[in-house]
Design a protein around this ligand. Structure first.
Ligand code: KG4
Ligand code: ZN
Length: 346
C-alpha cells in the first residue's frame, strides 16, 4: 500500500509464554526483535502453566524492551507509537505486556495501539529483515490460514485490517492437536516441532488416520483424528508393547496437512483470492510449508521460521497499519483474553 505515513513502531507481546519486544519500520522492515522464551520452564509441566508464565513476564519484560531498543540503536525518541497485544491470550500474561506498553506510552507521550494477536500472526507475512531484499507485499483479496496453538481459522482478508472469518475449528486447534498427539507418543513439548522431527524418518502412508472434511463449511475439527491416534496407540501397545513412533507421527502430520491444505485451496478458489497466506505456530511445519509451496496456482506467503511462533515483530507490523490508518487506542484499554478476529474493526 502506498501513501501511508512512515512510522517506527515498538511492540510488546506477552500473550502466552514468550516475552517479546520488536521494532518495525513502516509495517515491514524489522529493525530488532527480542524473544525471551519460557519453553524450558513450562516443558516441566508438559504445557503452559499460566501463573508461572505471568510471573516470568514480570521478570523479563523490562530487559526485553531495553534489548530491543539497544539492538536497533534507537531510543524512545525515535519511535512513533507503542503497539501491544491486547488479546486473545492468557489474561495474567497479557496484563504484564499491556502495563509495560501503557507505561512506555504514558512516559513518552506516544500513542498506544492495541493489536489482536491473531491479526498480528497474519501480519508476520509482511515483515522482512531490514537490509534484505524487500519481498513482494501480500495482495488482497488474500486467503489467510491461521494455525496456532489456540486457533485454526480461515479468513478472507479483503484489505488491511479487514477480515471475514470463513471457518474455524470446532474443537482442538491444529497446534493443540500436535501437542496432544506428541504427548500420546511420549515426544517432547512443544509437540509440533517434536512430531515434525519424528515424522522425518517415518512412513506417512502406514496409518490412514481420518480427515474431517466437514463438507459445505470451512470449519476444521481435529478431535476425531486425535481420538483415532489414541485408539491406534492403545491397540499397538496391547499387541506388541512398542510403538512405531516415526510412522505414527508422519501419518498424523499428513492427515493434518492434507485437511489444512485442501480446505484453504478450495476457499481461495471459491472466494476469488489472489494469493494465500499461512501463519501461526503451525506454519513453521516443514511438511505444511512444502505442500503449500509445491502448488503453483497461487502465490503463497509464509513467514520466516522465526516469525511463525509468537513474536513482537508481527504485533509491530499490525500496529503500524492500525496507527497509519488512524486506529490508536485510549490509555485505559483492557486486555481481552477471548477476543476474536471477527470482532476486529478497521
Ligand atoms: O503461534 P504460536 O506460537 O502460539 C499461539 O498463538 O498459540 O503457536 C504454538 C503452536 C504449538 O501448538 C506448537 O506445537 C505449534 O505451534 N508448532 C508447530 C511447529 N512449531 C510450532 N506445529 C507443527 N510443526 C511445527 N514445526
Ligand atoms: Zn500466537
Amino acid at each position: 500500500m502506498t501513501n501511508l505515513k512512515p512510522a517506527r513502531i515498538l511492540a510488546v507481546e506477552t500473550s502466552c509464554d514468550e516475552t517479546a519486544c520488536a521494532i518495525v519500520e513502516n509495517g515491514r522492515a524489522l529493525l530488532s526483535s527480542v524473544v525471551a522464551s519460557q519453553m524450558e520452564i513450562h516443558a516441566r509441566y508438559g504445557g503452559v502453566y499460566p501463573e508461572v508464565a505471568s510471573r516470568q513476564h514480570v521478570l523479563s519484560v523490562t530487559p526485553v524492551v531495553e534489548q530491543a531498543l539497544a539492538q536497533a540503536h534507537l531510543t524512545l525518541k525515535d519511535i512513533d507509537a507503542i503497539a501491544v497485544t491486547q488479546g486473545p491470550g492468557l489474561a495474567g500474561s497479557l496484563v504484564v505486556g499491556m502495563n509495560m506498553a501503557k507505561g512506555l506510552a504514558l512516559g513518552s507521550g506516544l500513542p498506544l495501539v492495541g493489536v489482536n494477536h491473531l491479526e498480528g500472526h497474519l501480519y508476520s507475512a509482511w515483515v522482512y529483515e531490514a537490509g534484505d531484499t524487500l519481498p513482494p507485499e501480500p495482495q488482497f483479496p488474500l486467503m489467510a490460514l491461521l494455525v496456532s496453538g489456540g486457533h485454526s481459522e480461515l479468513n478472507l482478508m479483503t484489505d488491511h485490517l479487514t477480515y471475514q472469518r470463513l471457518g474455524s475449528t470446532l474443537d482442538d486447534a491444529a497446534g493443540e492437536a500436535f501437542d496432544k498427539v506428541a504427548r500420546l507418543l511420549e515426544l517432547g513439548y512443544p509437540g509440533g516441532p517434536s512430531i515434525q522431527k519424528a515424522a522425518e524418518e517415518g512412513d506417512a502412508s502406514r496409518f490412514h488416520f481420518p480427515r474431517a472434511w466437514l463438507e459445505g463449511t470451512y470449519d476444521f475439527s481435529f478431535s476425531g483424528l486425535k481420538t483415532a491416534a489414541l485408539y491406534e496407540v492403545r491397540e499397538l501397545k496391547k499387541r506388541s508393547g512398542s510403538l512405531p513412533v516415526h510412522d505414527l507421527a508422519a501419518s498424523f502430520q499428513k492427515a493434518v496437512v492434507d485437511v489444512l491444505f485442501k480446505k484453504t485451496m478450495k476457499a481461495a478458489r471459491e472466494f476469488g483470492a489472489k494469493e494465500i497466506l499461512v501463519a501461526g505456530g503451525v506454519s513453521a511445519n516443514r511438511a505444511l510449508r512444502q505442500t503449500f509451496r509445491a502448488q503453483t496456482e497461487f502465490s503463497v506467503h509464509i513467514p520466516p521460521l522465526s516469525l511463525c511462533t509468537d513474536n513482537a515483530a508481527m504485533i509491530a507490523s499490525a500496529g503500524y497499519y492500525r496507527y497509519a490508518l488512524g486506529h490508536t487506542s485510549a490509555l485505559d484499554i483492557d486486555v481481552l483474553p477471548t477476543w476474536s478476529l471477527s470482532q476486529v474493526t478497521a
